[in-house]
Write a protein that binds this ligand. Structure first.
Ligand SMILES: [Mg+2]
Length: 187
């Protein structure tokens, strides 16, 4: 079976950059810094990427700038895991759906892999994939507190390599992280 592509968000999904975080206040050594602001890698992030990269093509799609993303990936040695890196300059304002013309900033993962059976975005911000929600998992955001989210995520992602349609696969294996509207979504 052809490899599928997993597209990861950066901030709040794999890392958190802020002085207002539990890890920073508790004296934990920072994993990186940007513009003198300390940042932390989410527990399990490196293991997750290292374990998935044999079975999937991995991409990164951040709403941050290219400089920001590349600096973090270099400092944390996560750059080697990603075949493709997309950033703020690749975001587009698009209609949310055919019958709902309000435009929102979207991460178009079909520009990375154009077969909808084979691409999945992993995000903490539902709005970024509202127009492609069948190809999206929403995980609780990381704000510098220890959590187990990426361990749970790993268990749901691994079996997707054997699913012919990733959109069906996530319903079976990742139901906890399926896209659901949040009250604040449309303001
Ligand atoms: Mg995010």
């Amino acid at each position: 079976m052809d490899k599928k592509t997993l597209v990861f968000d950066l901030d709040g999904t794999l890392v958190y950059t802020d002085t207002e975080s539990y890890f920073f206040k508790s004296g934990r050594k920072k994993d990186y810094e940007f513009a003198e602001i300390p940042g932390f890698v989410r527990p399990g992030a490196k293991e997750l990427l290292n374990e998935l990269e044999d079975d999937f093509d991995l991409a990164l799609f951040t709403a941050g700038t290219q400089d920001y993303a590349e600096s973090i990936l270099d400092q944390t040695s996560m750059r080697k895991n990603f075949k493709i890196i997309k950033h703020r300059e690749d975001l587009k304002r698009e209609p949310i759906s055919e019958d709902f013309p309000l435009k929102e900033i979207q991460k178009n993962v079909f520009k990375i892999e154009n077969d909808p059976k084979k691409v999945l975005l992993i995000e903490d911000t539902p709005l970024f994939c509202v127009s492609r929600r069948e190809n999206c998992l929403i995980i609780p955001d990381f704000t510098g507190h220890p959590d187990e989210v990426l361990h749970e995520l790993k268990r749901c992602l691994k079996p997707l390599k054997n699913e012919s349609d990733i959109r069906e696969g996530i319903k079976k294996h990742c139901s906890k992280f399926l896209w659901r509207p949040r009250k604040s979504l449309l303001g």
